[in-house]
Design a binder for this molecule. Structure first.
Ligand SMILES: N[C@@H](CCC(=O)N[C@@H](CS)C(=O)NCC(=O)O)C(=O)O
Length: 215
């Protein structure tokens, strides 16, 4: 059966998939959602994206976007009612997202799975990750969102990863000297769009009815 909706393969707790869903919801675009589990990826997803990571967006014209950052950007270029791309600092937004993806994520994974990476202690991994958090704290001490008074693509591209870092050990995170970052994260965790993005869905099965996201 063909669908008039673009199709998103996603995994609820994956920060990359979260940023893609945030992009879609801020763009007010609906997609046909296929929630997956990483242990049991659907063959339909692997056929269009053999690298096997989520998120994957299959457009109705058959083309495939298989990088989370490109999905966010694509969505907001279609529609951007809240002006998330509307910043003079797009260069800074891109640089922050790159630092998040290339450097912070590296330390986040080691902090989260320190038992699998025994070269350093968990707190050393955390401190390496904190270099990026300190940068965010400085930005957020100047304005409520990373690049100014309004939400930009930098906020939605980065917040899922800060959430994951915080949730490794919430007590430790909220004891760190980053009040503005903690406030920003708290604000996001209560944000209606964030809550929408974290709705739980059962893993997709071929016989399922179309699941439209967001509803
Ligand atoms: N560069 C990719 C990374 C996506 C990624 O690594 N996603 C993880 C889940 S958070 C994944 O699908 N991993 C595959 C696996 O664990 O099998 C993107 O930005 O979309």
């Amino acid at each position: 059966m063909t669908s008039s909706l673009h199709r998103l393969y996603s995994f609820r707790r994956c920060p990359y998939a979260m940023r893609a869903r945030l992009g879609l919801v801020f763009a007010e675009l609906q997609v046909a959602l296929r929630e997956i589990t990483l242990k049991n990826k659907p063959s339909q997803m692997l056929e269009i994206s053999p690298k096997g990571t989520v998120p994957v967006l299959q457009l109705t014209d058959g083309s495939v976007i298989e990088e989370s950052r490109e999905i966010m950007e694509w969505a907001l270029k279609q529609r951007d009612p809240q002006g998330l791309l509307d910043t003079e600092n797009m260069h800074q937004a891109n640089a922050l997202i790159e630092q998040n993806d290339n450097e912070f994520k590296h330390w986040l994974d080691r902090y989260k799975y320190a038992d699998r990476h025994t070269e350093m202690t968990q707190s050393e991994y955390r401190q390496r990750g904190e270099v990026f958090l300190q940068k965010l704290e400085t930005l957020l001490s100047e304005h409520p969102y990373l690049l100014g008074e309004k939400i930009t693509i930098a906020d939605i591209g980065i917040v899922p990863f800060v959430r994951q870092f915080a949730h490794v050990d919430r007590e430790v995170f909220y004891d760190l000297p980053y009040p503005n970052l903690q406030h920003w994260l708290q604000h996001w965790l209560k944000h209606p769009i964030f809550l929408q993005v974290m709705t739980k869905y059962e893993p997709w099965k071929e016989e399922d009815e179309l699941v439209v996201f967001p509803t």
